[in-house]
Design a protein around this ligand. Structure first.
Ligand code: HEM
Length: 942
């Protein structure tokens, strides 16, 4: 068995031509050549985890590995900047499997397992090279403390509660701080005491972290020689002009502008309206709003719907004409459709004093980024968008006076079901623009999708409470599983659980369900292929849990070979993420024998911050600027009539803020669920931002136009937050750099698609320009050229030649321009690499997902609910979707439970984020074809 896995591992050798199969050989010879390449790999042994940043794994493997895992066809992509695994056997649809081989099983195994290993190596090195905390702990991360190396540190003085904090004494005051008693029972309002030995970590108002070296942030400031060499004097907050970029590179082209009406649609929601957008066939509008709903849980730069009090211009001033910055004429402005009069409130800055510097091991470092910004939400996955993250937001969360364990839901005339969230009242803390919206903790940028999820999960909260109430009535004296650490011996029987306790238990359950939906349902549909299905299920259930013993054994092999006998702390930290792939991150450390709720080691023992306190980095916010996902018009359907008919086209902007609540109350959860479940969302690509977002009217703005171009603002905010530009961003994350705009052209594109890519390249050249390069200027220390020489301004082109200003491309523009993507990826590989690191970390760092996922906190009923996706035993989905036996998905269960009218429509649905009427077809097909019974749906005629 073992030898089989060793085939998959990394080799350093370059394959000789004797092994590379000729293109015209027959399948049997090709298969033989692949197996020979695998044997060569075995001999070359394991790839070591890199010691230095510039030697790290860049997603490119040896020729032998490429041939072993993907055959001859992988070789033609070797010289592209893009990761290799997407070319391996079995990582796409059926066309990614070889034909004429003895069986497709072996190649698919080599390909998919190889991809998983590449991803694991990436994760290990991301954890090793990309953690930069802004709280003041970075120097100890580099230097260590009291003989312990930085990556193994587990507590930090910077994570103590400050003297003025109301819980200062409760956690230990001046002495060692350890949270206990009521502070550790449930998720706290501000997120303190998740890590009981680092009370402040992840709480509201703590700074965003970084994933990139501090001195590469704020490239506009030109603070280092490398940065100056990289960008010359070409960058500024408004240079290149963000509104010009938006209009030239982001605008959705319309075949019939009148039918779109700048995103406003036609009067009376006429179904004749039409706004063209590029659609993702395998991802629906519910998925778009899901991720906005998530980001409102994880982070916010804004406070109560606004930024700092100072205002600034937002562009529409200049453009490059023949490579020369030239002011826009009135005619240019009219032609572009931008607005020079727009203004916006500047981002809040937490710290902007010059950071301290230190030297260690011959390197110079900054102790933090030149500016920091606070995350005003809790960074935890704690459903704080529903339940609150500070005193103000909590006041908007209404409890049911009849049962305070429940959230208040009110009936809406004519609508079935458990009711809807109440509307904000005059006495509630709110901004004027929120008037008429549902009352909830995070009310900003409200629209129909957020209304849908907030109402849905309020119902789910109450469904859990209802079920628990039934259990209390059935067996009042049975042990609920819950314990109070202040009185740990007392068995808390079902009937003893107070409404307050039950409310907090329901919050824990809802948060964990949301995390499970995101990890095992949303993400595998966002990244619709076999490696990611397996990878994401491994994060949650473990590879063993998902029944994938092969891959688990392969990973264990690496651990044993490269780590096994060593007790080296640095290696321990590196390999931890690999270990976790066996049992899964979720529940890690929760199964220790004789678990003791008063023992901090038991309660907290499953978390791992890898030496750097957890918060999201600014770079994570950047890759979640996903505004192209949103269509301009929603295709509204009526469940009680014919779900196959589109009866209205409702402009999303007509569901903005309070109008969302009106729309929800007149249409109801079932019809909106059906409509958003069937409609495809927008592809994340250039020329695909909603028109309405480029022209949005925001009454809160103190500006002449009160309008904003949000896609342009996305660029400005990234520049304000000092996110490195696209090429350095990639180098920092261990991805290959691009050497010209031409690298954005997909090597496999032909015909009209190729022409489209070429046009895009021409537009990038027009907007960002070119310059005469100087090879004496070194531009980065994050990577080196393949021959070991420093990377210079010419990026491999001859000195003095005209090169593209590829270094200046804004990160959002860059990842939207990436046309080469793994199969079924709704996002680009640059975005994905940011997720690999941070999606795992937010599970690894949270004790409620690891060592405190226990009945003592969740109740036994709560643990079962999370594990089984609801009450009772786990339900199993019919058939073997994509070859897997799998449970009925968690969101499908949530929908059927809380909006039972949708049950018939949901029956054939395997993943709620896959358009509901799409035929799921064979192995990871992304074809747009109707399932039986949906043939008359006009969406399939488009
Ligand atoms: C109707 C739909 C939407 C509207 C009206 C909307 C509007 C806005 C506005 C006004 C901002 C604030 C800009 C600022 O002052 O910094 C913003 C920020 C943002 N939006 Fe959206 N948005 C929508 C959908 C989405 C979706 C689907 C996503 C997907 C994840 C998303 C992700 C973000 C992110 C990540 C930010 C930055 C937040 C921060 O800096 O803390 N938005 N959006």
């Amino acid at each position: 068995m073992k030898a089989r896995f060793i085939f998959l591992l990394y080799g350093t050798l370059t394959l000789s031509s004797a092994i590379a199969p000729a293109a015209d050989t027959n399948p049997k010879e090709q298969e033989a050549a692949e197996l020979k390449a695998c044997a060569q790999l075995t001999l070359s042994g394991f790839r070591e985890i890199s010691d230095t940043r510039e030697q790290r794994f860049e997603g490119k493997v040896s020729e032998a590995a490429d041939i072993c895992r993907g055959g001859q066809k992988t070789l033609q992509f070797r010289l592209t900047p893009w990761v290799d695994w997407s070319q391996y056997w079995g990582t796409g649809d059926t066309s990614s499997l070889p034909s004429g081989y003895i069986s497709t099983k072996g190649p698919a195994f080599r390909g998919v397992s190889g991809a998983l290993l590449d991803l694991e190596y990436q994760r290990i090195e991301l954890i090793k090279f990309n953690l930069f905390d802004n709280n003041g702990t970075y120097q100890t991360y580099i230097e260590g403390r009291a003989g312990i190396i930085g990556p193994s540190l587990k507590t930090w003085p910077e994570m103590r509660l400050a003297k003025g904090d109301p819980n200062y004494q409760a956690v230990g005051g001046d002495a060692e701080q350890v949270c206990k008693g009521d502070l550790i029972r449930f998720r706290t309002l501000t997120g303190i005491c998740n890590d009981i030995r680092n009370p402040l970590m992840g709480s509201s108002g703590t700074p965003f972290a970084r994933n990139v070296e501090f001195d590469t942030t704020f490239p506009d400031l030109g603070q280092t020689v490398l940065t100056k060499n990289r960008h010359g004097d070409r960058l500024g907050l408004l240079t290149p002009d963000p509104q010009v970029i938006s209009r030239k590179l982001f605008t959705r082209a319309q075949s019939n502008p009148g039918a779109c009406n700048a995103g406003f649609g036609l009067p009376n929601n006429s179904p004749d309206a039409n706004c063209d957008y590029q659609k993702a066939p395998f991802f629906n509008v519910l998925a778009a709003y899901w991720i906005q709903f998530m980001t409102h849980d994880w982070f916010s730069h804004m406070e109560e719907g606004h930024n700092a009090s100072e205002y600034m211009d937002v562009g529409c001033k200049a453009q490059l004409v023949n490579n020369v910055e030239t002011p826009l004429t009135p005619e240019d402005i009219q032609k572009l459709g931008c607005r020079p009069g727009d203004r916006v409130d500047k981002t809040y800055v937490q710290q902007d004093s010059p950071p301290d510097k230190f030297s260690s091991g011959g390197h110079n470092y900054l102790t933090r980024a030149p500016k920091t910004f606070s995350n005003n939400n809790t960074a935890w996955w704690d459903a704080s968008q529903l339940y609150g993250y500070d005193e103000t937001s909590r006041k908007r969360v209404k409890r049911d006076p009849k049962d305070p364990a429940k959230l208040l839901l009110e009936p809406v005339s004519g609508m079935p079901g458990a009711g809807y969230l109440p509307v904000l009242q005059a006495g509630d803390p709110m901004q004027p623009q929120w008037a008429g919206q549902e009352a909830t903790a995070f009310p900003d940028n409200w629209s129909i999708g957020l209304s849908f999820y907030h109402d849905l999960f309020a119902r789910e909260h109450n469904s859990f409470v209802d079920e628990f109430r039934k259990q209390q009535a059935r067996s009042p004296n049975a042990d609920s599983g819950l314990r109070n650490p202040s009185d740990p011996k007392r068995v808390i029987r079902n009937k003893d659980v107070t409404p307050g306790e039950l409310f907090e238990v329901a919050r824990l359950v809802v948060s964990a369900e949301i995390a499970k939906i995101h990890t095992t349902e949303w993400t595998p549909q966002l990244l619709y292929d076999e490696p990611l299905y397996k990878g994401m299920n491994a994060n949650w259930n473990g590879l063993l849990g998902s029944g994938d013993k092969d891959v688990s054994t392969a990973l264990s092999d690496i651990v044993v070979h490269s780590f096994g006998k060593s007790k080296n702390a640095a290696k321990e930290s590196q390999w931890y993420s690999v270990f976790a792939s066996g049992p899964g991150i979720f529940g890690l450390g929760s199964k220790v024998p004789h678990y003791d709720i008063t023992n901090p080691n038991d309660v907290n023992g499953g978390v791992n911050h890898f030496g750097s306190p957890f918060n999201f980095p600014e770079e994570f916010v950047t890759v979640y600027r996903l505004h192209p996902l949103v269509p301009d018009l929603i295709e509204y359907r009526d469940l009680s009539n014919d779900p196959n008919q589109i009866v209205q086209k409702v402009a999303v902007i007509d569901t903005f803020e309070g109008k969302a609540t009106d729309a929800m109350h007149s249409g109801g959860l079932a019809n909106w669920g059906l409509s958003m479940g069937r409609q495809r969302l927008g592809l994340l690509t250039l020329h695909n931002h909603p028109q309405f977002l480029q022209n949005i009217h925001l009454t809160r703005l103190d500006s002449p136009t009160q309008q904003l171009d949000i896609p342009a603002l996305d660029l400005i905010r990234d520049r304000e937050h000092g996110v490195p530009r696209f090429n350095e961003f990639r180098r920092q994350y261990g991805l290959r750099q691009l050497t010209s705009y031409d690298d954005f052209i997909d090597k496999s594109a032909v015909g009209a698609v190729l022409k489209q890519h070429q046009d895009t390249v021409a537009q990038l050249r027009e907007v960002y320009g070119t310059h005469v390069c100087d090879s004496s200027k070194v531009i980065t220390d994050a990577q080196v050229n393949e021959d070991g020489s420093p990377i210079n301004d010419c990026l491999g082109h001859p000195n003095g030649s005209v090169v593209d200003n590829i270094e200046d491309v804004d990160t959002v523009v860059g990842w939207l321009a990436e046309s080469t993507r793994p199969h079924g990826f709704a996002i680009s590989e640059t975005q994905f690499v940011v997720f690999i690191l941070n999606a795992s970390r937010r599970l690894f760092s949270d004790r409620f997902f690891t060592s405190s996922f226990r009945p003592e906190f969740y109740t036994s009923a709560g643990v079962d609910w999370v594990n089984h996706n609801g009450p009772g035993p786990e339900m199993i989905e019919q058939g073997m979707p994509n070859g897997h036996k799998q449970p009925v998905s968690p969101l499908k269960r949530v929908l059927m439970r809380n909006i039972p009218e949708l049950t018939p429509e949901l029956q054939p649905v395997v993943n709620v984020f896959d358009p509901w009427a799409r035929a799921r077809g064979e192995y990871y097909t992304i074809e747009w074809k109707p399932r039986p019974g949906a043939e008359s749906d006009p969406a399939f005629r488009q």
